[in-house]
Write a protein that binds this ligand. Structure first.
Ligand SMILES: Cc1cc2nc3c(=O)[nH]c(=O)nc-3n(C[C@H](O)[C@H](O)[C@H](O)COP(=O)(O)OP(=O)(O)OC[C@H]3O[C@@H](n4cnc5c(N)ncnc54)[C@H](O)[C@@H]3O)c2cc1C
Length: 441
């Protein structure tokens, strides 16, 4: 019961910031390797996007992207991780390899685009299949008569993302790591020639509508008197010069923790958190919206996608409800500034998602929706994450910018970032994900 209430240390080897799927997975892998790790989460475990997503583990991506390899390798790790977490933490994360089907109906104008992406994956030797009408209809009684077929990605799976984060957090504790919820890092501690300086974000917004009232990260971490600079959370902060020196720890409301290395897994909060160092890690907030239906009898095992732009995705959870989300590129509210992106849902997105769901599953027209919610992801311009050591501060490692697929990536992210931290060659090359790619622009 007290696994997540570890005594607060004054020092440790590595502090991991952020109790989402990325941070908990990294902390878990470090603890497994015997590293003295402390995981800090400002609110509750899985309070951010990790507790608000669809739970699909979908490997679809532009075949030219380096993420193709990252996604498939992570997909391969899921079955073993799920078993391991059941053994270590006693938590069933509800993982199963269901495959994802990208459905095509008669008259769809994006069929060629889907077909080209399918061929791109096929040519690289990945296990993907094109299903004809009969094969597709056999997967669910919900598909309409004018179904043409679809692209099946058999490696893909589904998971309960909240259970995943708690299992990883508990697993971290069971392997000897420490996990603290309700404990935001409020500043980085920099050892300057003049003494210890706290590099504290002046402006650190929370996300409206966060899961636990009063626990939004910004509410605890925002410095008193902080205010938005023009451009909101755009970094670097321009007013006071960034302190120079080695980063030696983090400040929290419970006290300072000195450490050798820090992993920043804060998704859209990464940018304002690191801005006081004079560094820009351009991960912007992007909302996603999703809803769940009343529990239904078993109707499908496969997870599904429909459409390209806009698109929707859905799956039937173990509890019977269909979780349906989408229209993310259409969700442009809030100018992508952290302070103005709310996790609330909006009517325009609801209309798009519902309209597409009615097209692909007309039989659901009378099904009750029991809950809508939103969440905020971290997006980069090139849709690649930012992984690895910061050149300017090599003992600070970032793991952010997972765009819409951070849950799929979590098993591999935990392992490669642990590799970086302990000084081993990461099991996948990380050059494409270095922060320096933005500086070259
Ligand atoms: C509606 C929706 C649907 C999605 N569907 C899918 C899907 O089906 N499959 C998939 O793979 N991905 C999906 N995603 C994306 C996925 O949820 C994210 O990519 C993933 O959760 C990112 O995890 P993370 O740990 O990197 O970040 P987060 O989960 O955002 O975690 C960051 C954490 O940092 C904490 N924090 C902030 N500041 C501080 C601080 N100063 N100190 C300590 N802690 C702090 C926050 O409270 C938060 O818990 C979806 C996202 C949304 C919103």
């Amino acid at each position: 019961m007290s696994d997540l209430l570890a005594p607060f240390p004054s020092s440790c080897d590595v502090v991991v910031l952020g109790g989402g799927a990325s941070g908990t997975s990294i902390a878990y892998q470090l603890a497994k390797r015997g590293v003295d790790v402390l995981l800090l989460e400002a609110g509750d475990i899985a309070q951010g996007a990790s507790g608000r997503n669809g739970g699909l583990l979908d490997t679809a991506v532009d075949p030219g992207s380096p993420l193709v390899d990252y996604y498939y390798r992570s997909a391969e790790l899921w079955p073993r991780l799920a078993e391991e977490l059941l053994d270590t933490a006693g938590i069933d994360v509800e993982y199963f390899r269901s495959g994802t089907l990208q459905v095509v109906l008669e008259g769809d104008t994006d069929k060629d685009e889907i077909d080209a992406e399918f061929r791109g994956h096929l040519e690289q030797g990945y296990d993907v299949r094109w299903l004809d009408r009969e094969q597709t209809l056999a997967l669910s009684p919900l598909f309409p008569e004018d179904t043409l077929g679809g692209w099946l990605r058999p490696m893909d799976g589904q998971v309960n993302p909240i259970m995943l984060c708690y299992a990883l957090a508990l697993g971290t504790a069971r392997h000897g790591g420490r996990v603290r919820q309700g404990t935001p890092a409020t500043a980085l501690l920099v050892q300057t020639p003049g003494g210890l300086v706290a590099a504290e974000p002046r402006h650190y917004p929370g996300i409206t509508g966060a899961r636990s009232a009063g626990g939004a990260p910004g509410s605890a971490a925002a410095p008193t008197g902080g205010h938005a600079a023009p451009g909101g959370d755009a970094a670097p902060e321009g007013r006071s010069p960034a302190p120079t020196g080695r980063i030696v720890g983090v400040r929290t409301p419970e006290g300072d923790v000195l450490c050798d290395q820090i992993v920043v897994a804060l998704e859209p909060w990464t940018r304002p958190f690191l801005a006081p160092l004079g560094l820009d890690v351009p991960v912007r907030p992007q909302r996603g919206q999703i809803f769940v239906t009343e529990p239904l009898p078993p109707l499908m095992e496969v997870a599904c996608l429909y459409g390209v732009d806009p698109y929707i995705y859905w799956r039937q959870t173990r509890h019977g409800g269909l979780t349906i989300g989408g229209a993310r590129p259409q969700d442009t509210h809030g100018d992508f500034l952290l302070e103005s992106v709310s996790a609330a849902t909006t009517l325009d997105i609801q209309r798009i998602v519902l309209g597409m769901a009615a097209r692909v599953h007309p039989a659901l027209s009378d099904t009750a929706i029991i809950r809508w919610w939103g969440g905020v992801m971290g997006f980069t311009e090139d849709l690649l994450p930012v992984l690895g050591r910061l050149e300017e501060h090599p003992n600070v490692v970032t793991a952010c910018g997972f765009c819409p697929n951070g849950i799929l990536c979590a098993p591999l992210t935990g392992r490669v970032i642990a590799d970086v931290v302990v000084g081993e060659e990461p099991e996948v090359p990380l050059e494409a994900y270095a922060r320096r790619r933005f500086a070259a622009d």
